[in-house]
Write a protein that binds this ligand. Structure first.
Ligand code: SF4
Length: 344
């Protein structure tokens, strides 16, 4: 583990620098398709799934940010939007000072080189008909990088960097000949061969055996430090987020409800939803007495949302005021929380 004082100094230096990624009031709505009879009755017009609904955050060079929350909270859609894999309904995404909306042609190609995605499922991320060599070579060919000899050297270096060595043992193999852990290292090598400055890792180890997860996570931490990569980790697993991320954003039904340094958000959560998530994390101590914060299990649909706080139907601390618009409060330690409990 890094020295916490050094980590705090690094975080301060970063905070003073210009963000690499600036996301403001980002929205992504998916219009609902109406059936024939609903169309006849005039139902369903204007209805939409509000997958992401007003998300704002910054990410600095070399920083790690976790996006956490239950399935359907909008974290994966947010990851796709900041990689320009889909277009937002509203809002602004600036990458290195430029709006993603304006990128096209050579600028878009350069963005594709600098911003990479690490897939959740390494078994589906690689072409089964390509050797490992060809899989890692492909992005270099697409982006026209180097001559044949330079590309070959880069493929070798990429495999060594992810500790698949000697590379000669892997280059001629096909994906089905490697284990899940080795495949995920290949996926990481393919993402890093273009020397990106920004990576989105969507549930990077959820498909792997528990026994190999720690190795992949340690490798990713090492890569981030070595390459000064800015990384967004998307996961429902708070233990992973706690281990990998300097800052954490908790998402609920398309909104960030708490955002701040990971040790504060997970160590002393403010928002009742974060408290419930944290209380559900298993602790490997037989003497530990869990103080679970119980919430109702049903998540409202992101189509018919209640006025005011979206968590009100599940929140054990809900009050009449929670039906009113919820303020975003900057708490005394600097973190942001969207909850009436903390408004003055
Ligand atoms: Fe609970 Fe009200 Fe806070 Fe929402 S605003 S999390 S309902 S206390």
């Amino acid at each position: 583990m890094a020295d916490p004082r050094v980590a705090a100094e690094q975080a301060q230096t970063r905070a003073a620098a210009e963000p690499l990624l600036r996301v403001r009031d980002l929205k992504k709505y998916f219009p609902l398709r109406q059936g024939f009879w609903a169309a006849l009755r005039g139902q369903g017009d204007g209805l939409a799934i509000r997958a992401v609904d007003g998300v704002s955050f910054d990410l600095h060079p070399g920083e790690s940010l976790g996006l956490a929350g239950e399935s359907g909270c909008g974290k994966t859609t947010t990851g796709k939007l900041v990689l320009k894999l889909m277009e937002p309904t509203e809002g602004e995404i600036l990458f290195d000072g430029r709006s993603l909306r304006d990128l096209s042609g050579a600028d878009l190609k350069l963005f594709r080189r600098r911003a990479q995605l690490m897939f959740q499922n390494p078994y589906e991320a690689l072409n089964p008909r390509f050797t490992i060599y060809r899989s890692i070579l492909e992005p270099l060919l697409i982006h026209g990088i180097g001559d044949a000899q330079e590309r070959e050297e880069r493929v070798f270096q990429a495999l060594e960097r992810v500790h698949l060595s000697p590379p000669g043992n892997f280059l001629g193999k096909y994906p089905h000949q490697l284990s899940g852990g080795q495949l995920q290292r290949v996926v990481l090598a393919r993402a890093l061969v273009l020397e990106p400055i920004f990576l989105v890792a969507d549930e990077p180890v959820s498909m792997l055996d528990v026994s190999v997860r720690a190795g992949i996570l340690n490798l990713m931490r090492e890569m981030r430090r070595e390459l000064n990569l800015a990384v967004i980790y998307i996961s429902h697993d708070l233990s992973l987020i706690q281990y990998m991320c300097e800052r954490t954003a908790i998402m609920y039904l398309g909104r960030i409800v708490e955002l701040g340094p990971t040790e504060r958000v997970i160590g002393e959560p403010l928002h009742p939803y974060t408290q419930a998530l944290v209380s559900a994390v298993p602790v490997p101590d037989p003497h530990h007495r869990a103080s679970a914060l119980l919430i109702k299990e049903s998540v409202p649909t992101p189509i018919h949302l209640p006025p005011g706080c979206r968590f009100q139907d599940r929140c054990p601390r809900a009050m009449p005021k929670c039906r009113e618009p919820v303020p975003l409060v900057r708490w005394e330690d600097g973190r942001l929380v969207e909850c009436h409990l903390y408004a003055s």
